[in-house]
Ligand binder design. Structure first.
Ligand SMILES: C[S@@+](CC[C@H](N)C(=O)[O-])C[C@H]1O[C@@H](n2cnc3c(N)ncnc32)[C@H](O)[C@@H]1O
Length: 285
């Protein structure tokens, strides 16, 4: 029988060796896995109770979760939550795990949405609802709509809307713009699928476990981006903004597509790693 601190140290060691995680990440993940089976455990609780012994039922449950993680399943799917923009979102294998990179898109959108005005905002391909909910909470006067084709994704977004007490958000099942009935918006944001269907990364790491329809989009990865840029002008008010996240090497193509569709003030913005990750343009007239 082992003490809690020993369980954590052993799990950290295995995560380091099998998944080659950095030491700090392995420590945090070991704690997250144990906290997922111990309802009372905060990080402080784990430290304070480090020399206590785990009951057999908790040991067994912890071993199951650790095995799943060692087999490569993303930690967010195992513990069922992921933090994004200072909020905690429920996630499941039905939705993309929200990425820190996507906070660049939220910040770019917030910069265009005045606090005091009832702007109409659309998030296309909302997944867990991370982008739409972050915007809706920080811009309570805005009327935010979030759509996705996936009903299971919309169910998760709905749970997040409820858990985070979001009032100004409507969820819609729609294949991109098709279900909008001509409605127009002041800001449209999207983190669409943008990986080439032939990209080898789809069969590696976390991506293996995430929904393919959230990741891949045609031969060059740009099918969804092309479609959204082509259709967006009909769904934007005059001077409205379209803002898209894209791959690390797609900013030039995104700029060209926006300019060709008549958008002005086209600009690309860097993420935390200084990679141009979001490209935006304004509808003329
Ligand atoms: C890269 S994920 C983004 C999820 C979430 N917005 C985020 O940033 O974490 C792309 C999302 O687009 C959705 N999607 C794919 N094709 C779509 C379509 N034709 N119409 C609407 N949504 C679509 C997927 O279901 C998925 O939830």
């Amino acid at each position: 029988m082992k003490q809690i601190s020993q369980y954590l140290a052993d799990a950290q060691q295995q995560l380091l060796q099998v998944l080659a995680l950095p030491a700090s990440t392995a420590r945090i993940e070991a704690q997250l896995l144990l906290r997922a089976v111990l309802p009372m455990a905060t990080r402080a609780w784990l430290i304070a109770h480090g020399n206590e012994y785990l009951d057999a039922e908790y040991q067994a449950a912890f071993e199951v979760l650790l095995k799943r993680r060692l087999e490569g399943e993303p930690i967010a799917y195992i513990v069922g939550v992921r933090d994004f923009y200072g909020l905690q979102f429920k996630v499941s294998p039905a939705v993309l795990i929200p990425r820190a990179d996507t906070e660049t898109l939220v910040e770019a959108a917030l910069a265009k949405i005045p606090i005091e005005k009832p702007y109409k905002v659309l998030d296309m391909g909302t997944g867990s609802g991370a982008i739409a909910i972050s915007i809706a909470l920080l811009r309570p006067q805005a009327q935010v709509m979030a759509l996705d084709t996936s009903l299971t994704a919309l169910q998760i977004a709905g749970e997040n809307k409820q858990n985070l007490a979001v009032k100004n958000l409507t969820l819609l099942q729609s294949d991109w713009f098709s279900g909008l009935n001509g409605e127009k918006f002041d800001v449209i944001v999207s983190n669409p699928p943008y990986i080439s269907v032939q990209d080898i990364h789809l069969t590696q790491g976390d991506l293996r476990f995430e929904p393919l329809q959230a990741l891949a989009s045609g031969k060059d990865g740009l099918d969804s981006i092309r479609h959204i840029i082509t259709e967006a002008p009909q769904h934007l008010n005059a001077q409205g903004w379209l803002m898209l996240e894209h791959g690390y090497d797609q900013s030039a193509q995104a700029q060209q597509l926006l300019s060709a569709a008549g958008f002005v003030e086209v600009v690309s913005l860097p993420d935390l790693a200084r990679i141009l990750r979001v490209t935006a343009g304004k509808r003329q007239g």
